[in-house]
Ligand binder design. Structure first.
Ligand SMILES: [Zn+2]
Length: 68
């Protein structure tokens, strides 16, 4: 599945990465989203089962420009 990540809502950086940082209880995985712009340094973690779900959750936040 190719779900595109929305760019950083704070600086607009498109090099936004997502990777698994831990595997928790009940198949919940911690996905870390980090901005590729060092000056911005936005980082957030989303705890959810699947990568696509995490990306969808991130995209929703990014679309709303929510404070992370
Ligand atoms: Zn950023």
């Amino acid at each position: 599945m190719t779900t595109e990540l929305k760019p950083c809502p704070f600086c607009g950086e498109k090099v936004f990465s997502v990777h698994e940082i831990c595997n928790g209880f009940n198949q919940i995985v911690c996905w870390e989203f980090s901005c590729g712009n060092e000056v911005c340094g936005t980082k957030t973690a989303i705890y959810i089962k699947e990568r696509d779900m995490a990306i969808a959750a991130w995209n929703k936040r990014a679309a709303q420009g929510e404070k992370i």
